[in-house]
Design a protein around this ligand. Structure first.
Ligand code: NDP
Length: 435
């Protein structure tokens, strides 16, 4: 806390990892001596810059943006770019720190980074978003590169924004390289990248349930968010026989007691990515469903929960409610959606709980596969990518089990993910000596 005043999200993320790592490194002198945890928790660099753009009325607007390059011990920095008014240096440092462990867990050669701006894309015209993205890239291009740092999408950054940023990068440098992932299929994108995070979080949930002889089929599911991760988690849960009861956005949640069909999920995707509307409209479109303004969906009785919106959206009391309602498993599609209090409650109750750094790694894993395809100038078939995503999620699950199995039985997935991710990065850092 003293080293990072005012950076509560970052301190929270480091604290969670440190709690698990301390036990593991206690008798390992080499990690202590090399101060590895302290070094991973200090970004390699934080680039902060001004982004100036002109809105449709001719006003000059000034935004702040960052790229946090946390650690490149095992590969080029890799992590998304977020556009949201809540973005601060602390939020991006926490995300870049988490990303370092997540990327290591995938088994692919990717370091950890994250970037973003306090720009709010809501209510902005396409032209305004384009001008902002182009202006951002005028500075960012000198810090990124296919072998240096490869950003992707995140909250507020989808296919449209990636297209504008990639186009600007190409124009400035004259290089057509895999500098960004999440690109359109026409210009180097990979199949199933869009679906990968939500699908992956669902596969992780499926893998956890399998350890207890259970499945998603026949269970009720509560999901928060209605963006990329949430809608694809809903889709995969529905395909696997789950009954998806809720989705949400920053204004409230919708409850559909009938459960969502593919048509309803497609309608939400269109609402959010094309019409850029609010989730409250769902209740007007589909009879029998309800919109609950200003609330999160954790009070709805369910068997399975997937928080897929944002950090700290599921607090201690929400965890208590979910447990009291009989929830048996939680898989985090978002990054750090459950606060420390909530994590402790889930752990104490011994339910299946997958932290974001393990459960939502499917997105960055397919981004890693996009990088490979770009380097080789080829594109793989959908079936091949689906198989790789399933394999990678199984591998992450198994690494968590390896390092997180409790002496009395059961798996602490948080601990397993933290230790497995840490070990890979730490061992690479040890090999480099003190740098
Ligand atoms: P989107 O922008 O597509 O969707 C974000 C969703 O979360 C929207 O429904 C949004 O509602 C809601 N939301 C955002 N901020 C808040 C807030 N402060 N309070 C309540 N709701 C909020 O983003 P993604 O789906 O891509 O990302 C969701 C989460 O998943 C993030 O934590 C992200 O870091 C994580 N993630 C994403 C990956 C990806 O591949 N996209 C990969 C790994 C993790 P509204 O429209 O009202 O803002």
């Amino acid at each position: 806390k003293r080293r990072n005043p005012g950076q509560s999200e970052f301190v929270q993320a480091v604290q969670e990892v440190a709690e698990d790592i301390f036990d593991f490194i206690q008798d390992k002198e080499e990690y202590h001596k090399a101060q590895i945890l302290r070094r991973i928790a200090e970004p390699d660099r934080v680039i902060s810059f001004r982004v100036c753009w002109e809105d449709d009325k001719g006003n000059i607007r000034v935004q702040r943006a960052w790229r946090v390059q946390n650690n490149n011990a095992i590969g080029p920095y890799k992590g998304g770019i977020r556009f949201h008014p809540s973005v601060t240096e602390s939020v991006l440092k926490f995300l870049a720190f988490e990303q370092t462990f997540k990327n290591a867990l995938t088994g692919l050669p990717m370091g950890g980074g994250k970037g973003g701006s306090n720009f709010n894309p809501k209510g902005k015209s396409d032209n305004e978003v384009m001008r902002f993205c182009q202006s951002l890239m005028i500075e960012l291009y000198r810090h990124v590169g296919a072998d240096v740092d490869v950003p992707a999408g995140d909250i507020g950054v989808g296919a449209r924004e990636i297209g504008y940023m990639f186009g600007q990068y190409k124009r400035i440098t004259n290089h057509f390289t895999g500098v960004l992932t999440g690109k359109g299929l026409e210009y180097g994108g990979s199949l199933i990248r869009t679906e990968a995070t939500g699908y992956g979080a669902t596969y992780f949930l499926q893998n956890m349930l399998k350890t207890q002889g259970k499945a998603i089929d026949g269970h009720s599911v509560v999901i928060s968010g209605s963006g990329n991760v949430a809608t694809h988690a809903a889709e995969k849960c529905h395909q696997l026989g789950g009954k998806v009861l809720t989705l949400s956005d920053s204004e409230g949640f919708i409850y559909d007691p009938e459960g969502m069909t593919q048509e309803k999920i497609d309608w939400v995707k269109d609402l959010k990515t094309k019409r850029r509307g609010r989730i409250s409209e769902y209740a007007k479109e589909f009879k029998g469903s309800e919109f609950h303004a200003g609330k999160t969906p954790w009070g709805v009785k369910c068997d399975l929960a997937l928080p897929c919106a944002t950090q700290n959206e599921l607090l201690g009391p929400d965890a208590e409610t979910l447990l009291a309602n009989g929830c048996i498993a939680v898989s985090e599609g978002a990054n750090m959606p459950t606060n420390l209090d909530g994590v402790h409650k889930f752990k104490a109750a011994g339910i299946l709980f997958a932290p974001g750094k393990a459960a939502n790694a499917g997105g960055v894993a397919v981004s890693g596969l996009e990088m490979s395809q770009n380097s080789a100038r080829i594109s793989w078939k959908e079936e091949e990518l689906q198989r790789l995503l399933l394999d990678i999620m199984q591998g992450i699950h198994d690494r968590c089990v390896e390092y997180g199995t409790k002496p009395g039985g059961g798996v602490d997935y948080v601990k397993g993910a933290n230790i497995a991710g840490f070990k890979k990065v730490a061992d690479a850092m040890l090999a480099y000596g003190v740098v």
